[in-house]
Structures are given as C-alpha cells and as structure tokens.
Design a protein around this ligand. Structure first.
Ligand SMILES: NC(=O)c1ccc[n+]([C@@H]2O[C@H](COP(=O)([O-])OP(=O)(O)OC[C@H]3O[C@@H](n4cnc5c(N)ncnc54)[C@H](OP(=O)(O)O)[C@@H]3O)[C@@H](O)[C@H]2O)c1
Length: 332
C-alpha cells in the first residue's frame, strides 16, 4: 500500500543563524515495502544542535545534509507495516529517519524499544544519545572522581541536565550549572539537586563562576565566554570535557580562540573533545547503570514539545534561542 506523507527538506544552506526560509515542507509518496523492510509512523522526532553543523557543506564526523533532500535524525514511532519476521507490526522502534512523518527503512536499521523501562521519547533524550553523551563525557573523558567539583554549561538542556544529575550520582561533591533563564536556574537547583546555578545573562560568567571555584571538571556545551571563565577557575590538574560549543555554531567567521588558554599549562589541565558516536560500546553499561536510576525516579528529565511536522523547524530554531527546558522534541 503506498503511503503519502510529509517531510522537511533543506532548501538552502543557512548563512549564520538559520531561518525558516532555509527549510521546506514537502509531500511525498513512499513506495511499497521491499522484503525485510518496515514502515514506521513516527510519533516523536528529535531536533539537536549538531544538526546545525550538518547544514554546512563541510567535511565533519557526520556527512552534511543535501539541498532539496530530507533532513534526518533520531526519531521513535510505531511499526505500521512490516515484511520482516524480526520487527512486527505494533512494535515501538527507534531509528535515524526523523524529520518525516513516516519512515520506510530496513528492519535492521530500527531498534525495538523497551517501553516498560521508559516512554519511547526518553530514548531520544535522557536514555538516548544525549544521556549517553553525558555519561561518557563524565566517566570516560573527564574521569570525574568522588568529592570533586563539577561545572556544566548549558545545564538545563538535554545533555546538561543529565550531566549534573549523573555527576552527583557518580560522587561529585559540588555540582554547579549555568543556563539562560531564571526558570531554568530554578529547575536545576530546586528539582535536579544542583548545589548552585546561575543565569549567564545576569553578568559575566567569569564573575558568576568565581564563588564556586576551583572547578575540577568542566563539562562544556557552550564554549566562548563559558570556556574562558572555566579556564580561569579550574583547579590544578582539572579536566575539561569539550562536548559542544553552541555559542559558536552560527558564526560566519572563525570565532577567536579562548583567552586564558595558557592556564592549561600553569594549571596542568587536560582538555579533551569527544563525540558520543565513538563510544557506542558504552551504551550497554549506560543502560544498565542509568536505566534503573531513571525507572526509580532518582534521575528525572523534562521534555519541551512542539506539535506537528509543520513546527519541526520552529523547534530546531528554538535550540538557538533557549526555547527548551530539557530535551527539545517534536510530536508528530
Ligand atoms: N560531543 C557530542 O557527541 C555531543 C552529543 C550531543 C550533544 N552535543 C553538544 O552538547 C550541547 C548540548 O546539546 P543538547 O542536545 O543537550 O542541546 P540543549 O542543551 O538541550 O539545547 C541547546 C541549548 O543551548 C543553549 N544555548 C543556545 N545558544 C546559546 C549561546 N549562544 N550561549 C549559551 N547557551 C546557548 C540554550 O539554552 P540556554 O537557555 O541555557 O541558553 C539551548 O536550550 C551542544 O553543544 C551539542 O552540540 C555534543
């Protein structure tokens, strides 16, 4: 049975901050299923900051999106047709053909989800790629040790909110976060157990971080002024896990390097960038460790939704303006 569906295409490569004109909603008809395929009615799709990089025509760790072709990314949904004995109709699955209402793909490219452990959407956030990013950044990259002070930028986002909570459970003595609004700061301190948090709009990060120094581990999602401030306030032998630099993603010219970099020498810092997809082998350990914490409510998460494929671009653009608390998702 052919299916008519809708998907979002990249219409043009954004110059600087993307606008809705850089995208196009397209109706398309999917062919009949070949052997071993499944048709998924996507129910929730993810928008993620890394997608901004894929809109540029540059070589990176993941290939660029193509003009006039659908975007892709994480999504979950329900199998509505299947020609595979492995994935039955009715299964809830996760896959990488988001940005569309239906996904037609080989059964081998979907993962059947355990929705008894957590709702499907959690596999796009706390129990998915962002959660795993937080976990490997803390355990493998920064090697957070018991009793240490942890500072995380972008703390109220999908990754950052997990960093703070996991850091606490992994033994951090003090957890400090920065975020972009009073409501986010309140969520961090009142609900997630951060010891302190500040709104980076309220004054220079350099000044606001000072009372919480020295920082043993800095988990950086933002870069720019946050990275500069952390360099100044790191402890000797501190570690910086460079996860992202969202403050620079829309830059049209190369941003200047951080000031205070020589602090890396004087303080004997270790600064290491990482990409979560290099750490797929940590996924099993991550689910075994974090799954029960989540199921027991010892770790909590929030999701911010927009509704409908028509709002998917809006959701993506909202990442750049801080419109999300927790994971930004689109209900399809
Ligand atoms: N290395 C990896 O493998 C990996 C994997 C996943 C994610 N990441 C990176 O991790 C970071 C967080 O990703 P996420 O999925 O969890 O996104 P997110 O934090 O849920 O959403 C993005 C947030 O960034 C903040 N932001 C936007 N522009 C900013 C700016 N100019 N200065 C400071 N904050 C800004 C906004 O919050 P505020 O209101 O606080 O400004 C926004 O809510 C990103 O840098 C992403 O690229 C890396």
């Amino acid at each position: 049975m052919t299916t008519t569906t809708r998907e979002i295409h990249l219409a043009s490569r954004p110059q600087g901050r993307p606008t809705s004109e850089d995208f196009r909603l397209v109706e398309t008809t999917l062919p009949d299923l070949a052997d071993g395929q499944v048709l998924v009615r996507n129910t929730v799709m993810s928008v993620d900051p890394y997608m901004r990089g894929r809109m540029n025509d540059v070589k990176s760790y993941v290939p660029p999106f193509q003009i006039d072709a659908p975007l892709d990314g994480g999504a979950v949904g329900e199998v509505v047709e299947s020609t595979s004995p492995d994935v039955p109709v009715g299964a809830t699955v996760q896959h990488m053909l988001g940005w569309r209402e239906h996904a037609l793909l080989p059964a081998g490219d979907v993962r059947v989800l355990d929705t008894a452990l957590a709702p499907a959407s959690a596999y796009l956030g706390a129990l998915g790629m962002p959660g795993l990013t937080a976990y490997v950044g803390l355990t493998r990259v920064a090697a957070l040790a018991e009793g240490e002070t942890l500072f995380v930028s972008g703390a109220a986002g999908a990754v950052g909110s997990m960093v703070g909570q996991l850091g606490r459970r992994l033994g951090a003595a003090k957890v400090v976060g920065s975020a972009g609004s009073a409501a986010k700061v309140a969520w961090l301190t009142d609900d997630l157990g951060f010891d302190a948090a500040f709104d980076y709009h309220e004054g220079p990060v350099l000044r606001q971080l000072a009372p919480h120094a020295p920082v043993d581990v800095f988990f950086d999602n933002v870069g720019a002024d946050h990275l500069e401030a952390a360099l100044v306030h790191m402890a000797d032998f501190g570690r910086i896990a460079m996860c992202g630099a969202i403050a620079d993603y829309d830059a049209t010219t190369p941003p200047p390097g951080p000031r205070f970099l020589t602090m890396a020498v004087t303080k004997r810092l270790k600064i290491e960038g990482f990409i979560v997809t290099d750490h797929g082998d940590a996924a099993g350990e991550f689910y075994r460790t974090v799954g029960p914490w989540l199921a027991a409510g010892e770790i909590t998460y929030r999701e911010t939704y927009t509704d409908g494929i028509e709002q998917a671009v809006e959701a993506f653009l909202g990442l750049g303006t801080g419109a999300n608390i927790g994971k930004m998702l689109v209900r399809l």
